[in-house]
Design a protein around this ligand. Structure first.
Ligand SMILES: Cc1cc2nc3c(=O)[nH]c(=O)nc-3n(C[C@H](O)[C@H](O)[C@H](O)COP(=O)(O)O)c2cc1C
Ligand SMILES: [Fe+2]
Ligand SMILES: [Fe+2]
Length: 394
């Protein structure tokens, strides 16, 4: 991608990566991505974000920068967070521009030193701090955990441009690069939020509060389209997704189980009945048959998660682990958790699930219930009591 002008004195110097198939290991891509980098041609030249670590990206980025300025004239390199997809060309840029000062948030200093493994002295910006570029001004808004602890957002005051890095970005590569010219990218915009921002959505909500009242003419994120068509609409979408859910009158519990022969299923049904007796609102899902795409929303809204698995080959079943591994994209800390299941001879499934729930910082008030093979009437009564007690803990 050749550099191009966005506004008078503001240029795109990033790179397209249309063929990338997976991002950060956790995100399969089908429209590739872009590493957006911006050059502000003020009296003191500033670059906001670099590109990723691959030699091809670094080379293209450097040649884009060189097409516009002599690297010796670069005053500042702003990195809103230090993840290598945006800081990956920092070292190679600094080699050409040793006089440039790296600009990070206060907590970014530790990361930049560990990224470069040398004692760089970055300029550290606090919330509301400004940096004078001569004829232009950068202002910084700290946004911790959006989605790294060191994240800040950068605002170019005179042109009303917000550089939010990953915030408001998406993995979507269309060389036309402006939101009004590219194909419909709404799905990708949401997908990015769901995987990257959602685990820390209360922090996103705080960051959005800081953007209230800020006059924004253009949002220049670090992945995907540049947002110039009523940029507030994107902020509003984030606000909707990040808004804390209203506490409901009745406590909600989910019973999620897998069962090959129906033993764990019968236990699940009894636990669910007990939760209902305790006046919790209960939904029950056989996870072994897959789960609906709203499942993560349901889990997020639930006060209690009761997980049932038999033991197969010394372990809980794979669909249960798959489900538990998806908990990392939402906040489950503090919810009530419990485990149950049928087994044949060793019964590891229940304690393993229980441990995982504890590791994810759920409250586990009751030891899990295990039954050998077919649950008796008495076992089912115990399961129902177990559910009833859990309802009180919600
Ligand atoms: C392939 C297979 C492997 C199993 N491995 C174990 C095991 O390692 N330890 C154990 O306690 N039970 C094991 N079992 C027994 C099941 O846990 C037991 O049949 C249980 O009641 C099944 O519950 P379900 O009806 O909910 O599927 C195994 C069963 C099968 C079919
Ligand atoms: Fe990131
Ligand atoms: Fe990123």
């Amino acid at each position: 991608m050749k550099p191009f002008k966005i506004l008078e004195d503001l240029y795109y110097v990033g790179m397209l990566d249309p063929d990338r198939k997976v991002f950060d290991v956790i995100m399969p891509l089908d429209r590739g991505t872009t590493y957006n980098s911006y050059l502000i041609q003020a009296e003191k030249v500033a670059i906001v974000e670099t590109v990723t670590v691959t030699p091809a990206a670094q080379e293209e980025f450097l040649s884009n920068v060189r097409a516009l300025v002599n690297p010796k004239d670069i005053g500042y390199v702003v990195l809103n967070h230090l993840e290598p997809d945006h800081s990956g060309a920092l070292e190679i840029l600094l080699a050409q521009a040793p006089q440039a000062r790296v600009v990070v948030s206060r907590s970014g200093e530790h990361f930049v030193k560990n990224l470069l493994n040398r004692d760089v002295q970055p300029l550290r910006m606090g919330d509301g701090d400004s940096l004078d570029l001569g004829d232009k001004t950068l202002r910084f808004i700290t946004a911790p955990f959006v989605h790294w602890p060191d994240t800040m957002l950068t605002y170019l005051v005179e042109d009303k441009v917000l550089f939010p890095c990953d915030f408001l970005g998406c993995h979507f590569c269309d060389p036309r690069l402006y939101d009004d010219l590219v194909e419909d990218f709404r799905y990708y915009f949401r997908y990015y939020f769901d995987v990257i921002m959602r685990p820390y959505k209360e922090y996103s909500f705080k960051a959005l509060k800081k953007l209230e009242g800020l006059d924004i003419a253009l949002i220049a994120p670090s992945h995907g389209p540049i947002l110039r068509t009523n940029p507030r609409q994107y902020i509003e979408r984030y606000r909707e997704w990040a808004r804390p859910s209203e506490p409901s009158a009745r406590k909600k519990a989910l019973v999620l189980y897998a069962s090959a022969y129906g033993n764990t299923r019968r236990m699940a049904e009894a636990v669910a009945r007990g939760l209902g007796d305790g006046s919790a609102e209960v939904e029950i899902f056989d996870i072994g048959q897959g789960w609906p795409k709203e499942m993560l929303d349901k889990i997020e809204a639930a006060d209690g998660l009761v997980i049932g698995s038999p033991t197969f080959v010394g372990d809980a079943l794979k669909p249960i682990w798959d489900l538990l591994s998806s908990f990392v994209t939402i906040k489950v800390k503090g919810k009530v958790g419990a485990a149950f299941g049928s087994y044949g001879w060793s019964g590891e499934g229940v304690p393993l699930v229980e441990q995982r729930l504890k590791d994810l910082k759920l409250k586990v008030p009751e030891p899990g219930i295990r039954v050998v093979l077919t649950p008796t009437e008495e076992d089912l009564t115990n399961c129902r009591e177990f559910g009833r007690r859990l309802a009180q803990d919600l």
